[in-house]
Design a protein around this ligand. Structure first.
Ligand code: FCB
Length: 415
């Protein structure tokens, strides 16, 4: 892997999210899983049958149990071990999320055992010299909040802000970086327009109001947090994939630009005023011909995403130019069960980060998705994103060769 200059305080690490790793959650997602596991398994062949790796995944993908997070990786109980692994891999930061449904299982009732758990969690990160990067909402909601209409109702934003305030009061002392909402547009789009995620709506009107309410939720939470102390650094985690024209046709060039704008700026324009930095999640690129996306697919990941890690440079450069905020890459990685491509992905990504830095982009950190294999939402457990492999039967962990390489790179770069 390349070795070059990165700023001394550059944050190096990985990301996880509560529902995907903790196990034992009861929230709007876990309820939905139980209702949909059978139909997701029944549709798997139509969803994934065209993937090159279908033969490898079909056993899991056709099994309803795959679609139920259940005990996931049991990270809630095994976090000390997992944080020790992050340390062993020489990471200086870990992004994780607080599960709102644990803290406030019923409206207005705070669970002190859950609060104590997350206090111990943050204390453990600190003890290991790992900077906690805390996410408040990573796609999951308490059941009571979802039943009130979730973020579709503007009046519900206050509950999110109250939750954020509770987290800050309880854990704020040891925290600097806070992500209010993970990928607001992905959440709104999948849940309210595509209907793939709970509550499974397909409504343009709902999509638009959820987006506007999520922006409000971020802005209000950020103002509240800054009101407590200006030292906090707040952002959303923005999904930003790269769109580019596949040919010189004016139409292709224009529509790639429009798609990039719609993906990035429609939402960012509503929230960047209250952001201290920009969290950026980058996974793939889209090649545009006319109005259509047609990717080269020279390399694709296990979930069928086009792998173009070099393009991270362009995404960072564009966002820096437009918003002039420091950037932390809050997610980036690939589903690669055989671990044949992850090391290549990491190398190309680190080179892209270097080029962005050399062009003057103020990048402050890189967090790989993910530390551990985890429950990948409506796809379930078969996609393997971890630097660390998890055996879902025994819950044993094994650092993948690419994870070891990343750890060795971090050792050298941080010396
Ligand atoms: C992102 C999500 C994250 C994970 C990765 C693969 O969109 O934020 O939870 O599912 O994709």
């Amino acid at each position: 892997m390349p070795l070059a200059r990165f700023p001394k305080r550059f944050l190096w690490g990985a990301s996880i999210a509560a529902h995907q790793v903790e196990g034992g959650n009861h929230n709007q997602w876990s309820v939905w899983e139980l209702e949909h596991a059978k139909s997701l398994a029944a549709q798997a062949k139509y969803q994934y049958g065209d993937l090159e790796n279908w033969d490898d995944i079909k056993k899991e993908a056709l099994d309803p149990a795959n679609y139920i997070s259940g005990r996931a990786t049991d990270h809630y109980e095994r976090y000390v071990h997992d944080i020790a692994t992050a340390k062993k891999l020489n990471m200086s930061a870990l992004r994780f999320s607080i599960e709102w449904s644990r803290l406030e299982p019923q409206e207005g009732r705070w669970d002190s055992a859950a609060i104590d758990h997350y206090k111990r969690y943050v204390a453990e990160l600190k003890r290991q010299g790992i900077e906690p990067i805390l996410t408040l909402m990573h796609f999951t909601l308490p059941v009571w909040f979802a039943e009130k209409g979730g973020f579709e109702q503007r009046g519900n934003v206050k509950y999110f802000v109250r939750f954020a305030e509770k987290v800050l009061n309880e854990l704020g002392r040891d925290i600097t970086y806070i992500i209010t909402i993970n990928e607001p547009e992905v959440y709104a789009f999948e849940s309210y327009y595509q209907g793939h995620w709970p509550p499974g709506q397909q409504s343009k009107r709902a999509l638009i109001s959820v987006l506007s309410n999520l922006a409000l939720a971020h802005n209000k939470a950020a103002k509240m947090i800054h009101g407590i102390n200006r030292r906090y650094k707040v952002s959303i985690a923005k999904n930003s994939n790269y769109f580019y024209a596949g040919d010189n046709a004016v139409l292709s060039i224009r529509s790639a630009g429009v798609m990039q704008y719609m993906q990035d700026d429609y939402f960012l324009r509503k929230v960047t005023k209250t952001c201290d930095f920009l969290g950026v999640n980058f996974y793939f690129s889209n090649r545009v011909y006319g109005y259509r996306i047609h990717n080269p697919n020279e390399r694709i990941s296990d979930v069928g995403w086009d792998m173009s890690p070099d393009d991270l440079e362009h995404v960072l450069e564009r966002l820096h130019r437009k918003y002039k905020l420091p950037i932390i890459v809050t997610e980036n990685g690939c589903a690669d069960a055989s671990d044949e491509k992850r090391q290549w992905w990491l190398t190309r990504t680190i080179l892209a980060l270097q080029r962005a830095l050399a062009e003057g982009v103020d990048v402050r950190g890189y967090l790989h998705w993910s530390l551990l294999d985890n429950f990948e939402w409506d796809k379930g457990k078969w996609p393997r994103f971890g630097l660390v492999e998890v055996d879902y039967d025994t819950l044993e962990r094994r650092i993948r060769p690419s994870g070891k390489k990343y750890g060795a790179f971090l050792k050298r770069i941080r010396e």
